[in-house]
Design a protein around this ligand. Sequence first.
Ligand code: ZN
Length: 244
Amino acid sequence: MRVALVADVHANLVAFEAVLAHARERGGFDEIWCLGDVVGYGPRPAECIDLLRQYPHRVVAGNHDLAACGELGVEDFNDAAARAALWTRATLDDERKRWLASLPHVERVGDFTLVHGTLRSPIWEYLLSERQAADQLARQQTPYSAVGHSHIPFVAITRSGGGASLRSVDDAEAVALGEARAIVNPGGVGQPRDGDPRASYALYDCDTRIAHFFRVPYDIAATQRQMEEAQLPRWLIDRLAYGR
Ligand code: ZN
């Protein structure tokens, strides 16, 4: 089975469509596994939820998903994120909000555990360090886990002597997951934050256990125009061009 591994779509429909088109060109996929934050920040929350639901999928909740449906308050968000979350809440209908509220925080599928943040703190913790990776690897009950939230693509692997190594991955890099426990982050589809504005995702083959990471150009200006029409905060519009 082949899986499109996506995270942090953030209501960026143009980027999400570009990623799925790219995945189809690369041989297609049987399921989408989504690591949370389908909505928030971006201008097309309903359309991104609907596009995900058109495909067989597994999805866990992110902090922005829970804020959009009212399960979380926006006190812990920065000002721009809070404004966007309240706009999203006002935009979505009850059916889609109920769907967001129903999402699991942790999900096991095949060799993977899916979680937005970390197993220690599924909704809020950013997994950024080797120390955090070692904690996650010790907690996970499956050989591999996949996380989102930081919008930065990486692979972390258990070191034979203990602890974990963590490194970023490049466009078009294929990583063979082996016997050692591992964590992957496919990066952010809708709001990359590693300085590369292209959408980020991975294709994973459950048989070969190879994760193929990709960066996909998309029409950033089109998403920015949609955000201007929705009167979303300027900072959120501008940052898409820089990937920060
Ligand atoms: Zn996010």
